[in-house]
Design a protein around this ligand. Structure first.
Ligand code: ADP
Ligand code: MG
Length: 288
């Protein structure tokens, strides 16, 4: 592309709230075959709420929730905010260890507290059969189960649910119309990711991906389909933003997202990704 047409293109994009940090990104965006989205905070609001609470026999929901919220006090994961909000005041934990992609382990009021997904419970040899029917119901309803174990015994399961962003479905449709294969990469449980992906009309769903696996997921998509655009909010996904042929940072504008991305969208709207693709197509069409 000529420098002038690229300048015109990036200028037009800026008016739409799309910042191209590198001119080549405009060209690479035009040649992309796949657009892969992070789920939490990118396709969904990233502000899950607690929607259901269940306990194993012999445990009291208030107590289990309060201990889980204590364990989550220092965590930046959106699930932590949902539990804290529902629990209200909770004591400070004595010790906490975050386990990325799984949850966390803490000591609260002298008890060992595990909070996280089924993978965490499997890893810690916690038997979840007492609540397995409940867990499946939650997942089928596109709710993420948050399991809590106290001193090595499953005590409760809380469901959190995040809302799909308004306009996300229409944006996915428009990207498919533009000839792109649309993928979603998520650390969430497969049934939850699949339920949300089906609502959105996503073609390809990669679920239960560990934080460090998002980069590999981008590479695998590239091998199968060709150049990949990755759209993320920078929470847990900066390496994937950097690895993608075009990294598109959305919304929150965390420093790490901006630094890792080729394109930065000033709003959190998924439609920004559609506009970015349309601008790149228009510029490249003019040049050819
Ligand atoms: P995502 O952003 O897609 O949720 P993560 O890698 O951050 O991906 O987390 C994957 C899964 O691990 C979450 O869906 C959740 O089930 C569990 N998890 C991670 N961190 C926490 C936490 N602080 N509290 C509870 N569960 C957690
Ligand atoms: Mg995210």
């Amino acid at each position: 592309a000529t420098p002038v047409s690229i300048m015109v293109g990036t200028g037009r994009a800026a008016e739409l709230g799309i910042l191209f940090r590198k001119g080549e990104a405009l060209q690479r965006l035009d040649g992309a075959k796949v657009i892969a989205f992070d789920k939490t905070g990118t396709l969904t609001e990233g502000r899950p709420a607690l929607v259901r609470r269940e306990t194993a026999p012999g445990f009291d929901a208030e107590t289990v929730l309060r201990l889980a919220a204590s364990a989550e006090q220092g965590s930046e994961h959106p699930i932590a905010r949902a539990l804290e909000q529902a629990a209200g005041a909770a004591p400070a934990p004595e010790e906490v260890e975050a386990i990325p992609g799984h949850g966390l382990r803490a000591r609260v009021e002298g008890q060992s507290v595990l909070v996280g997904n089924a993978r965490l419970m499997a890893r810690e040899n916690i038997d979840v059969t007492a609540l397995s029917d409940t867990l499946h119901q939650m997942e089928r309803a596109a709710q993420t189960p948050v399991l809590v174990a106290l001193d090595g015994t499953l005590a409760g399961a809380f469901a959190v649910a995040d809302r799909i962003k308004p306009g996300a479905r229409a944006a996915v449709d428009a990207l498919k119309q533009a000839g792109l294969r649309v993928a979603m990469i998520s650390g969430d449980a497969r049934p939850v990711a699949e339920a949300i992906g089906a609502d959105l009309g996503i073609d390809q769903i990669e679920a239960e991906v560990l934080p460090e696996g998002k980069l590999d997921a981008v590479r695998a998509l590239r091998e199968r389909f060709g150049p990949v655009v990755f759209v993320g909010d920078g929470i847990n996904d900066a390496p994937a933003l950097a690895e993608a042929d075009v990294g598109l940072a959305i919304g929150t504008g965390t420093d790490v997202a901006i630094e890792s991305a080729d394109v930065v969208l000033s709003s959190g709207a998924v439609a920004g990704a559609v506009n970015a693709v349309h601008v790149s197509r228009a510029v490249m069409r003019n040049i050819r």
